[in-house]
Each structure stands twice: as C-alpha cells, then as structure tokens.
Design a protein around this ligand. Structure first.
Ligand SMILES: NC(=O)c1ccc[n+]([C@@H]2O[C@H](COP(=O)([O-])OP(=O)(O)OC[C@H]3O[C@@H](n4cnc5c(N)ncnc54)[C@H](OP(=O)(O)O)[C@@H]3O)[C@@H](O)[C@H]2O)c1
Length: 347
C-alpha cells in the first residue's frame, strides 16, 4: 500500500471545473485509487484569477498560466475543462507527451483532433480519458470499450444535445415557435448567446464522432457527418434551425415527436453518420426523453439493443464522469479506449 498522492492540475474552473475542484478539495482523500493513493488538487488554471478567488477557489492554487501547470514537476495528471480548440489541444498534447495522464470533457478537441491526440497518447504511453465528453454524467464510452467489446456493433444512436432537446420539447408541449423557445432557453441559461454550436448540430456531430471511435475504431471527420436532411422535419437547414411548428404539428397528428437524433452506423464496411431532426413515436423511449435528458442506444450482436440515459450536462453530473476518469487513471486502467486496437490512422 502506498499513500503517495496523485497530484491533479486542473485547467479551467467554470461550470464543470469548479465542481471537480470542489470535490477534490472536500473529498480528495476519500477518492482513492485501488492502491490507496488520494487525489490531491495541485493547481487550477483560469483566465481571471481574481474572479476565481472571489468565487471561493483557494488563491494559493490559482494561476493564469496553464502551460506551466502542465509542465510543472508538481502535477502528475491534467484535467482539461477549458473547452474550445486552442490552447486546449496543445496543452493536452503537451501533457501526454510528458507522460502525464489527461482527463478531458472537451468534445470539440476530441472530434477535431482525436486521431492526433490518440497517436500522441499511444506513443507516450500516457492515458487519455474522456467519458464526460459524451452524455455528461452518463457512462457510455467506458461500456462501449470494455463490457461491450465482444460485440459487433451495427449502430450507435442518441439524443445527445440537451439544448436542442429542451427546445424541441418546449415546441412540442406548448405548440410554440422555434424563435420564441430559443429566446426563452437563452434567458434561462439552457442555450448560449451564440446557439449555433447546438442548434446547427455541431455539438451532436462532435459527440457522434467520439461514439463512432469507440464503437467502430475510426475517427470520422466532423465535416463528413450530415447535418442537413433532404426530407423530413427541417429539411434543407442545418440541425433543428429549419424545424417549424408545422413540422411539430404534422408529427403530432401521426403520434410522433421530433427529436434531434445523432447516429453512426455500419453501411457495408463504411461507417456513415448523421445528425438530423427525426420524427419518432411519441411513446418510444426516445420520444419520452424530454428536456435536457440524454439517451444513447447501441445496437450490437450478440447483445441486442442496450440503452443508457440520464443527465447529459450540468456541472455536478459532468463532474461525476471526470472524477471517475481520474480514479481510473489512478488505478492504472489506461485510456478510455482501454484495450481496443488503435483507431485507423492513430498508430
Ligand atoms: N457545462 C456542461 O454541462 C458540460 C457538459 C459536458 C462537457 N462539457 C465540456 O466541458 C468543458 C468545460 O465546460 P464548462 O461549461 O465548464 O466551461 P466554462 O464554464 O466556460 O469554463 C471554462 C473555464 O476555463 C477557463 N479558461 C478558458 N480558456 C482559458 C485559457 N485560455 N486559459 C486559462 N483558463 C481558461 C475559464 O476561465 P475564466 O473563467 O477565468 O475565463 C473557465 O474557468 C468544455 O469542453 C465543455 O464542452 C461541459
């Protein structure tokens, strides 16, 4: 038994990061690995140190220099919760290159640079874990890579974006217009000031790219995932931006509801993926997935269909997946892809 702590460098203390910081500060000693090592918060990088201090984070741990935290001899593992492309991509690669494990919730970076980061992690022999990047608090990537690894997967599909599901649910329940509901969702904090990443389907595209990596062993290019339908609700416009009250009413008349469904599936030996507004039976499990909940179904042989549902976003739920990944690294369980072969191109 050793009690050497695993020292965590946290990059970002926003919605998710501050929940992770809170848990590590309050329960770090409890969150022990199999060998008894406690997790210890060694530093927190933010842009605005004064604001973070005023929000209650310990001043002695705060820095505005994330690259220093990554390079520091005082951190063993890096948790990236800043979001966005750069500097997240460079910081993750640098940490892996230095042999440090990395936990991230950053679906954008993984979907756009996953192949490169997987190659860096494999070359350096460092763990890269990203359970929180799809489905927030729902464990789905781990089961795909481990308990379901003996299956041939034919399709992965899901409602993976809470903002669009909230908007579509409100349009359905209250018979209201897309524009009205979007404005209300922005006021309530369910949609961002620039909602395009959600409503045009890009966030769901990123998540389906990550799901496809675990299900099919390939990093798809986000640009190859269809977001504009040729028929069906909202056809001709990206994501849910073209879905009108007439689409919702027509679906309701047939006992259907419109949902933004992200899907990746085998088509002969190719993997095809799309994120499209889709009319599904109102009484089906997808039809009943309302508001900000997520649901992901996996079709596989021999298991059949298995489903995962739960809170797909929010600081506390998402921190659950991040903390689980940290404990997995502390236990030496390796990357999210575990023992799966390298993705095509990531050797
Ligand atoms: N929110 C969710 O429910 C959720 C769910 C699943 C996955 N995720 C993913 O988790 C990640 C974090 O999301 P979030 O909602 O927690 O974001 P957020 O609230 O915007 O917080 C981002 C944090 O990163 C810091 N930061 C950003 N750029 C930085 C830079 N260049 N240098 C130093 N610090 C920087 C910010 O510092 P300042 O505050 O000082 O600017 C802030 O503390 C994203 O990749 C997101 O996609 C989020």
């Amino acid at each position: 038994m050793t009690s050497t702590p695993l020292r965590v460098g946290l990059l970002g203390a926003g919605t998710v990061g501050r929940e992770v910081a809170r848990a590590l500060l309050a329960r770090g000693a409890e969150l022990t690995a199999a060998d008894g090592s406690p997790l210890e918060l060694a530093g927190i990088a933010v842009r605005d140190v004064e604001r973070a201090r005023a929000a209650g984070l310990p001043g002695d741990l705060l820095t505005d220099a994330p690259a220093h935290l990554v390079a520091s001899a005082d951190t063993d593992v890096i948790v990236e919760l800043m979001g966005g492309d750069e500097p997240a991509r460079t910081l993750i690669a640098a940490a892996l290159d230095a042999g440090k494990g990395v936990v991230t919730a950053n679906k954008h970076v993984l979907a756009h640079h996953g192949e490169e980061l997987e190659a860096v992690a494999r070359r350096a022999g460092a763990a890269l874990r990203f359970e929180a990047s799809v489905g927030g608090g729902i464990p789905v990537l781990g089961p795909l890579a481990t308990e379901l690894a003996g299956n041939r997967i034919s399709a992965v599909r899901g409602i993976v974006n809470g903002t669009t599901n909230y908007i579509l649910t409100a349009m359905t329940d209250a018979g209201r217009d897309y524009g009205d509901v979007l404005a209300e969702a922005q006021a309530a904090g369910y949609a961002e000031a620039d909602p395009s990443g959600d409503v045009e389907g890009h966030d769901a595209v990123n998540k389906v790219v990550i799901l496809a990596r675990l299900a099919f062993g390939v990093w798809l290019a986000p640009a190859d995932v269809t977001t504009i339908g040729t028929d069906g609700p909202g056809a001709g416009s990206p994501g849910i931006t073209g879905v009108g009250s007439a689409d919702i009413a027509a679906a309701a008349a047939a006992g259907l509801v419109v949902k933004l469904i992200a899907e990746a599936r085998r088509d002969d030996e190719a993997i095809v993926a799309a994120v499209l507004p889709t009319a599904v039976p109102a009484e089906s499990a997808f039809g009943r997935t309302a508001g900000v909940l997520n649901r992901i179904e996996i079709e596989a042989d021999p298991v059949g269909t298995v489903a995962f549902s739960g809170p797909g976003a929010g600081g506390p739920a998402t921190s659950s997946a991040v903390l689980g990944d940290l404990i997995a690294i502390a236990r030496g369980l390796g990357s999210t892809w575990a023992g799966l072969p390298p993705a095509r191109g990531a050797r």
